[in-house]
Design a protein around this ligand. Structure first.
Ligand code: G3I
Length: 390
């Protein structure tokens, strides 16, 4: 993979300029640089700061094959979450388009961004991602219509009928805008509480509407775009044998049994190697959802290695094995139709921020298939092996 070449100050003939002109030139150049960086969106938010340089083994070109080509015979999508500013980097664009055939906007289709004021939609934030996906024959997974997090503040001050109407209006506006362009929607995201209660989460305003807000959200999305595949998406529901995963299963079962147009369940798969279900329990979970007649997608996969003991090579090798086994669990069941990574390169990950990364223990986590310099990590070999049935 070729990298962008950078102009270097040492390559300029500084010695030929008088000192005063040099200082003025330097000041102008710094202003220009800041403006240019801001313009192209390179002022990287804290959660997207590059991970510290990692050692560890990398794949050479003979071991590398585009992931989307390797996945094609399996009829699975292989996707990544992207933020628009990242697309200003040609090498990033090439990496995304070469390896992935599905794209999820990481934050730009969330309510706070897309309907910041009642009825005022701001679709432009996500448009570059939808355009990039179309140009590169990538499917778009829309994320996420109704969620407790990254909600516009005005929504939180509503309740009852006004909140219900706001939810329906939001779904109609957003799904309608991208009708035919977004193949899958996470219609309801993270409605379930953490822990063993099996209830809806207490910190979401939608919970007060009662559980049928979920039914209404799916029906509204389906009415606007009957072709779109509609998903319930959540975390820590990946393996059988936990109250939260059982609650997700009970929820999807109820929706199916009552004729609600739900087509799939998204297992986020933010892997915490300190306590994560074995691949067999993940496969059993996919199987029980499949038996309900819904698709399953791994929608936000990353594998944090900060707490794995040993050298960097040992950490990355464990990451390879964990990833291989999870991808293989998906491939074992036809209903598991896609695997999306929550990013593609360790350069940009929500887990690089101290705030989010601490949820997985000691940073750095190097959670994604390609390193911060866009070189393929052993994790890519794990994905390729699983796709090839090895
Ligand atoms: O929008 C502000 C911006 O105005 C400000 O300049 C910047 C600087 O701090 O922060 C921006 O907000 C950040 C936002 O992402 C957009 O980049 C927040 O600080 C940051 O906390 C937020 O994090 C996102 C997180 O969801 C919020 O819950 C992550 O990028 C995103 O990867 C993450 O994604 C979620 C999925 O939607 C659902 N599943 C879990 C997954 C990981 O948490």
């Amino acid at each position: 993979m070729t990298r962008r070449s950078c102009w270097s100050p040492s390559s300029f003939a500084w010695g030929r300029l008088p000192r005063r002109r040099l200082v003025r030139l330097g000041a102008r150049l710094s202003v220009l640089a800041v403006v240019a960086l801001a313009t192209v969106g390179c002022l990287i938010p804290p959660e997207a700061k590059p991970a510290a340089p990692a050692g560890g083994r990398r794949l050479d070109d003979s071991q590398l094959r585009p992931l989307r080509d390797a996945a094609a015979p399996t009829k699975r999508h292989v996707g990544c979450a992207v933020q628009p500013a990242q697309l200003h980097d040609d090498a990033f664009r090439r990496l995304a388009a070469t390896h992935f055939d599905s794209l999820t906007p990481e934050n730009q289709m969330k309510w706070e961004t897309i309907e910041p004021q009642p009825g005022q939609f701001a679709f432009q934030a996500a448009e570059p991602l939808v355009t990039f996906a179309a140009e590169n024959h990538m499917r778009v997974r829309g994320h996420a219509l109704v969620s407790h997090s990254q909600l516009a503040p005005w929504v939180k001050s509503r309740s009852g009928e006004a909140l219900h109407a706001a939810m329906l209006g939001h779904i109609q506006g957003v799904v309608g805008h991208w009708k035919g362009k977004v193949a899958q929607w996470d219609v309801v995201n993270e409605a379930l509480a953490d822990g063993p209660s099996g209830r809806l989460r207490a910190d979401s305003p939608f919970t007060a509407l009662g559980p049928t807000f979920i039914d209404d959200a799916f029906r509204a999305a389906h009415a606007v775009d009957p072709e779109a595949q509609l998903f319930y998406n959540d975390y820590e529901i990946e393996g059988v044998g936990t109250p939260k995963s059982d609650a997700a299963f009970a929820l999807v079962k109820r929706l199916k049994e009552t004729g609600v147009p739900i087509h799939g369940v998204g297992l986020q798969m933010h892997v915490d190697p300190r306590h994560w279900p074995a691949a067999g329990r993940i496969q059993a979970n996919i199987a029980r959802f499949a038996a309900l007649g819904v698709l399953v997608e791994l929608t936000e996969m990353d594998v944090a290695v900060g707490e794995i003991s040993g050298s960097i090579d040992q950490k990355l090798d464990r990451q390879r094995v964990l990833t291989h086994d999870i991808v293989a669990a998906c491939l074992a069941l036809e209903a598991c139709s896609g695997i999306t990574f929550w990013g593609l390169t360790d350069r940009y990950s929500w887990l690089n921020s101290p705030r989010w990364g601490a949820l997985r223990g000691q940073l750095p986590h190097y959670p994604l298939p390609f390193d911060a310099d866009y070189r393929a990590k052993p994790m890519v070999a794990g994905i390729l092996d699983a796709l090839a049935g090895r």
